[in-house]
Design a protein around this ligand. Structure first.
Ligand SMILES: Nc1ncnc2c1ncn2[C@@H]1O[C@H](COP(=O)(O)OP(=O)(O)O)[C@@H](O)[C@H]1O
Ligand SMILES: [Mg+2]
Length: 368
């Protein structure tokens, strides 16, 4: 078991033309499951590859436990990596694929290696596949082999790079649970990269969000969901996405009024957030679809589309350009109907013109 610590990690490509990872500092605790999420090209794989030793850092340090491994080769680091494309040797059997790492990195004898492989195959529920070749296997089975190959060495750290992206939706959800159980049983520190915010939310003890190589926020998924540091994080985490409306502020009694000059949206704040809003400035308000409800008073708007999604309906409203309310399936206005919607003050996020959340300015610090 081990912590993983990244210290001001930076990676440039093409003689500095591309900054893939920009000053990332982060600690993964012993036995923790950290998910790293962000859009394609934001530096997730590069970060992971620097932890694995597959990519050399331009600057900064990587520590595993107390050891500075920045200059160690991949083979000398006690990590195992699982990739999206499985990366199995096509001409080796499942057994040989799983045994190979043990042959290279340990001095176990043949019988001991067999015992380990059989143990790992048992863990992954694939003992009957040991004599098969990869091309005889389904995608799900291949990923089980890849996982088996990773655990057989009992590494200190597991690194996953979008391991479930090639699987269909149902299998993906099954494997999520399985990977979590595995990591929990083996008590191995894990870093799990994905572009799928739902996967990151459901799997991670904590999640780290990257954008353009820069770390935006790290914390338990619930805290990030409730208190995004900035508009990017607010919009990236949660589905459907947070609604955003550009507003202007004016004072209103003890509080502030935030009004969209081009549409029906307005809201008044009187709680702690109101103190952070300055009068006469531009802001962006964020409200999550599930925090919006159909009310008797509130913002008057037209229902453009009603989209049923099982237990809920998504109401597309004529507020700004695209505003969704997620309501129970029993709330079923018709298209074109005029309704009123509202939300609690506690559901309102206010971002300044740089996208920084006012809650993040020491006003209402996330419950750590
Ligand atoms: N070997 C490379 N040479 C040049 N640019 C690279 C290389 N690897 C990655 N990049 C660039 O670095 C950025 C981050 O890539 P990557 O870490 O693969 O992102 P992600 O895994 O989040 O999709 C991208 O702009 C990508 O094009
Ligand atoms: Mg990647």
């Amino acid at each position: 078991m081990a912590t993983v610590r990244l210290e001001s990690l930076r990676k440039e490509f093409d003689a500095g033309e591309v900054v893939a990872v920009d000053d990332v500092s982060l600690t993964v605790e012993d036995g923790e499951f950290l998910t790293v999420v962000g859009p394609s090209g934001c530096g997730k794989s590069t970060t992971l590859r620097m932890v694995a030793g597959l990519e050399r850092a331009t600057d900064g340090r990587v520590y595993i436990g107390d050891d500075d491994v920045t200059d160690l080769s991949a083979r000398k680091r006690d990590v195992a990596m699982v990739f999206q494309n499985y990366a199995l040797y096509p001409h080796k059997t499942v057994f040989e694929n799983m045994e190979f790492g043990l042959r290279m990195s340990t001095d176990l004898n043949k019988a001991e290696r067999r015992e380990k492989v059989e143990w790992a195959a048992e863990m992954m529920g694939i003992p009957e596949l040991l004599d098969d070749k990869p091309d005889q296997l389904s995608g799900g089975q291949k990923q089980r082999v890849a996982l088996g190959r990773a655990i057989v060495r009992e590494p200190d750290v597991f690194l996953f790079d979008e391991p479930l992206s090639n699987l269909d939706a149902k299998l993906r959800v099954e494997m999520r649970t399985e990977i979590q159980k595995l990591q929990d049983t083996l008590d191995i520190t894990a870093i799990y990269v994905t572009h799928d915010q739902e996967e990151a939310m459901t799997m991670g003890d904590r999640m780290a969000i990257l954008k353009d190589g820069v770390l935006q926020q790290v914390g338990p998924p619930k805290d990030i969901y409730r208190n995004p540091n900035n508009a990017f994080v607010g919009g990236f985490v949660g589905s459907p996405s947070m609604n955003f409306v550009d507003v202007e502020s004016t004072t209103a009694g003890d509080g502030v009024r935030l009004v969209d000059p081009d549409g029906p949206f307005e809201t008044t704040l009187s709680g702690p957030l109101a103190d952070a809003v300055e009068s006469g400035r531009d802001y962006t308000v964020g409200v999550r679809p599930e925090d919006v409800s159909v009310t008797n008073t509130g913002i008057e708007t037209t229902v453009e589309v009603v989209e049923p999604v099982g237990a809920d309906n998504y109401l597309y409203l004529d507020i700004d350009d695209g505003f969704i309310a997620r309501v129970g399936a029993a709330v079923e206005p018709s298209m074109g109907e005029t309704i009123r919607v509202g939300f609690e003050e506690s559901a309102v996020h206010v971002f300044d013109t740089d996208g920084v959340s006012l809650r993040d300015r020491g006003l209402q610090t996330a419950t750590a």
